[in-house]
Ligand binder design. Sequence first.
Ligand code: ATP
Length: 372
Amino acid sequence: MASITLDSVTKRFGDTCAVQGVSLSVPSGAFLSLVGPSGCGKTTLLRMLAGLETPTEGEIRFDGEAIDRLPPGRRDVAMVFQSYALYPQMTVAQNLAYPLRKRGVPKAERATRVAEVAGMLELEPLLQRRPRQLSGGQQQRVALGRALIREPRVFLLDEPLSNLDATLRTHMRREIGDLHRRLARTMVYVTHDQLEAMTMSTHIAVFDGGQLQQIGSPEDVYHRPANRTVASFIGSPAMAFLDAEAEDVGGAAVLRLAGHIVAALPRMPARRHMVVGIRPEDVRVADGGIAARVIGVENAGHEAIARLSTTAGDIAARLPAGPAPRAGDALAILPAADRLHLFHAETGARLTLNPRAPSAAVAPSALGHLQD
Ligand code: ATP
């Protein structure tokens, strides 16, 4: 088990800056997910932790000790790849035992450890099979087992579930989460599936263009995204971004969106123009609200996701079970005032203004005369 610290880590490949000045720190036993769009530097970062790449600048420390000069074999890390990388000619038992055999662990101890890991991952009935006789999920479990058997201080996992079908992914997600809780080992997990990151992690680091955008708990990145990049990457369907204006109404600062006062602000911001972020679950149908036209509906039974068009832009709304609207229907909607996310119109940075419900004096139903 080890804490991990990155201090201004940069990695350049010729003209490409894959990772740019990344500093972060997670405690021992953390489950850190690295997320972000394709090409944002996740795998390069993981490979630097493994020792497969060397930082161009900066320092990586495990438990406060710089590891940059240690070769991969001396870092005490185990890596699980997207391709399972099992030895095809070996049985499952031999694949599991291989890392121990390489280290000269005596046969009897190897057998005990294989039995333990096989029990943990429910691999006992498969021990004498070869990889080609296993399903994708079973092969992935063997790959995990081979990493677990050494009890390394850090596990590095590079999109280990991306070759599995949806059902298996859900199952393995739960299994890896359980393993992390039981073993309490530090794990670093690369994925571009934000749902995987949200459900398994203690810490999520969101990257874009090689730069760290935010690191925090799943709650932090979901409920307090540092900027629009994080806000648009985390959450599905994605947060909608709409232009809005702060206004002074009778000495009170309020926020106007698509002609409606949707929130009161604690103070008048320096710049009146801003971008409002609204998550699908924070939109409700409300008489007298913002006029919206239904563009399409995805009905999942327990809920329906409606895609709506308003004069301020398109927005997704998560509607409770019940008769769902249909494409072409007209609706009136309002966002939950205290759950709005406000961003700087130019930089996209989160604004530290806490919006709340507007007072009755400026409630949306009393707004006819305020509209432009
Ligand atoms: P994906 O989700 O698609 O796997 P990623 O976030 O893991 O992407 P990286 O694989 O780390 O991204 O790549 C980051 C950037 O560095 C990309 O522009 C990539 O083309 C570049 N890159 C990665 N490895 C090398 C290399 N060995 N040589 C040159 N450029 C590289």
